[in-house]
Design a protein around this ligand. Structure first.
Ligand code: PLP
Length: 289
């Protein structure tokens, strides 16, 4: 499969989380071994970046919308600040794909994608992509993950990504359409002003906060029948993930709050199913809580 757990850790450095997390507290701080120190900053407030930048800062990395709470970061505003101080801006564009959002055109230097998600689109491969100017790519192309741990993508996975790309726009339109109808059927969505400035559509991901906290989240996950419980996203099937009991189960409730989400938060990746089936499943599960 050409995958190693270390890849995931490096790939997951992106964050729009609030506050500075003490060094060494989490596995992803293994990056310290490479002599790199890291600081978490809430980039939903571009001014917060100014306070965090030091003369030693080399890279700012973020995803938008962010995982799992779906907050948006103003790419152009962050890019402008990075350009002024000569720092590279890396945007994880996995949630949007190039069809919905084009960070290089907004001033970012490097774009990364987990092709495991929408680009592949069928939940059957692990892959990634890095896009940048040639002179930047050349700096890490031959000194990257492959040389550090031997990870290398298989030809079969590569061909599946190419095949997935053929239907990317069709799938994204459908993911977005279903997610938008779901959001309407569930409730409104904040940050509506920034989204149209940098995103073609709102994307296929939804975060919902259940009032009943951890227990409600667990019960919701047990109650859905069409949607699948899985941490991935961007598949043909609708996927639901409950960070407090799954991806962030090792965090304390306080730490989860510091990272900007409650124990009742459920993340949903709208799939390609018939919308009425989806609505019946999800609203039915909510009704049963
Ligand atoms: C899944 C994901 C990653 C990690 O990618 P893998 O292909 O699963 O290793 C990185 N960033 C984002 C935004 C993701 O959703």
């Amino acid at each position: 499969m050409g995958w190693h757990p270390a890849n995931r850790r490096l790939a997951c450095l992106s964050a729009t989380d609030r506050s500075t997390i003490a060094d060494g507290q989490r596995p992803h701080h293994h990056i310290k071994r490479f002599g790199v120190s890291m600081q978490f900053v809430d980039l939903t407030d571009p001014a917060a970046l100014d306070a965090a930048l030091t003369p030693r800062t080399r890279v700012v990395i973020t995803e938008t919308p962010s995982n799992p709470n779906m907050r948006l970061v103003d790419i152009a505003a962050i890019a402008e600040r990075c350009r002024c101080v000569g720092v590279h801006l890396v945007i994880d564009n996995t949630y949007c794909t190039p069809y919905l959002q084009r960070p290089l055109e907004l001033g970012a230097d490097i774009v990364v994608h987990s092709a495991t998600k929408y680009l592949g689109g069928h939940g059957d491969l692990l892959a990634g992509a890095v896009i940048a100017r040639k002179d930047l790519i050349d700096q890490f192309r031959f000194v990257g993950i492959k040389e550090l741990n031997g990870a290398c993508m298989s030809a079969f996975d590569a061909s599946l990504v190419l095949r997935g790309l053929k239907t990317l726009t069709l799938r994204m339109d459908r993911h977005c359409e279903s997610a938008e109808m779901l959001a309407r059927d569930l409730e409104g969505h904040p940050q509506h002003a920034l989204a149209p400035r940098q995103m073609r559509k709102m994307g296929g991901m939804i975060a919902l906060e259940l009032k009943g906290g951890l227990d409600a989240g667990r019960r919701f996950m047990d109650a859905v029948t069409l949607a699948t419980r899985a941490v991935s996203l961007g598949d043909a099937e609708t996927l639901v993930q409950h960070p407090a009991s799954m991806t962030h189960a090792t965090y304390t409730p306080e730490e989860r709050l510091e990272h900007g989400f409650t124990d009742g938060l459920v993340r949903l990746s709208a799939g390609l199913e018939d919308y009425d089936d989806l609505k019946t499943d999800l609203l039915g599960a909510l009704d049963r809580l």
